[in-house]
Design a protein around this ligand. Structure first.
Ligand SMILES: C[S@@+](CC[C@H](N)C(=O)[O-])C[C@H]1O[C@@H](n2cnc3c(N)ncnc32)[C@H](O)[C@@H]1O
Length: 339
């Protein structure tokens, strides 16, 4: 799935001498076997990823140490390579989380697609590095190199938590950088919540993001047994924070689609992902629509919000034999199918 090198890694592959002097802590937008390439050339890198699918893929490989979570393990690192993530706030978060693991003098590299914000590297590193050089540029990608000039302050998790109120439900939603709809409730999610009705039994919040759907359902239906899954560690952490902040309880765990989900549910509810990653070969939502029926109890329902133009009703019909449109506005539709 991640076998072919991205243009960023192709550019990095001609800089392996410089990158292999020390075992690097590698994090950010990892979409290929760059860690394997580094391991072939020099000391094996240590990879920290917030993407559960990538973590599982890398874990199955030999020779690279992979960590999944919202933070890297608190162990010293000899140097850092950040692959520029899509959101600048996430880059700032990853630097704040990783740089305290480095000693002054350690090398810091930032690489990325020129259109993906890598040009911000000098500004991002300026608080900690006095000299930042652009050392290569090819394939529409750039590599910046610096040296940590002074110790970075210890990571303070609370500095990174954003909050917004959900007035109708009297809830506070906690978010973290890069998490979907990090500073407001998505309009599609609002339409879904307004049409979810009363729920009972075991409920799965698929692709929970900051946990807003689950938290809202728990407040309205205190008897439900809620599970929240997401592929992204920062989303899972935000969901846990949202639960704690509002005195709610649920089981929150990583899953790539339904891969880690066990048993059957009375309801699977989702505002599912629709931006396929650059290197995603199948669509998570299409797989969900095909597989959901097998995870529902008799009489159980799949409840979904989607952009009105997406061809989901046909896929739901293929799987369930029917698809009900519960609500629609100019942009979104709410679909329901029952077993
Ligand atoms: C459109 S957002 C919805 C977030 C939240 N439920 C809301 O309504 O604000 C979709 C979520 O699906 C997650 N996601 C993407 N691919 C996934 C996968 N393969 N398995 C599980 N979750 C995934 C994303 O990380 C994101 O948090």
């Amino acid at each position: 799935m991640y076998e072919a090198l991205t243009p960023v890694s192709e550019m990095l592959s001609r800089n392996l001498d410089m990158l292999s002097h020390q075992p690097l802590l590698v994090c950010g937008l990892l979409e290929d076997d760059l860690p394997g390439l580094l391991a072939e050339q020099g000391p094996a890198p240590r990879v920290f990823t917030t993407d559960f699918r990538y973590f599982q893929w890398l874990n199955a490989r030999k020779g690279v140490k992979a960590e999944f979570g919202a933070l890297p393990a608190n162990e010293p690192a000899a140097g850092l390579l950040l692959l520029m993530p899509k959101a600048k706030a996430e880059a700032q978060y990853l630097l704040a989380a990783c740089l305290p693991l480095l000693a002054p003098g350690a090398p810091v590299f930032i690489a990325g697609d020129n259109k993906g914000g890598v040009k911000a590297a000098p500004k991002l590193l300026a608080p900690w590095c006095d000299q930042i050089n652009k050392v290569d540029s090819a394939r529409r990608a750039s590599l910046y190199q610096a040296e940590l000039s002074r110790p970075a302050p210890a990571f303070a998790a609370s500095d990174w938590v954003g909050r917004y109120p959900l007035a109708e439900e009297n809830l506070t939603v906690c978010t973290l950088p890069g998490v979907f709809s990090a500073d407001h409730l998505d309009a599609g999610t609002r339409l879904l919540l307004d049409n979810a009705g009363a729920l009972h039994g075991r409920v799965l919040d698929f692709g929970c993001g900051a946990g807003v759907i689950g938290a809202s359902l728990l407040t309205r239906n205190p008897g439900i047994e809620l599970e929240q899954i997401d592929i992204n560690a920062l989303a899972l952490e935000a969901s846990r924070l949202t639960l704690t902040e509002n005195g709610l309880q649920a089981r929150v765990y990583p899953s790539d689609g339904l891969s880690e989900v066990q048993g059957r549910f009375d309801c699977i509810i989702s505002n599912p992902p629709f931006h396929a990653g650059l290197k995603t070969f199948y669509s998570t939502t299409e797989t969900l629509l095909r597989e959901a029926k097998g995870y529902l109890r008799p009489g159980g329902s799949l409840l979904l919000v989607a952009n009105a133009f997406l061809p989901y009703p046909e896929l739901i019909e293929q799987s369930f034999g029917h698809c009900e449109t519960l609500a629609a506005n100019g942009r979104f539709k709410i679909y329901r199918a029952q077993t």
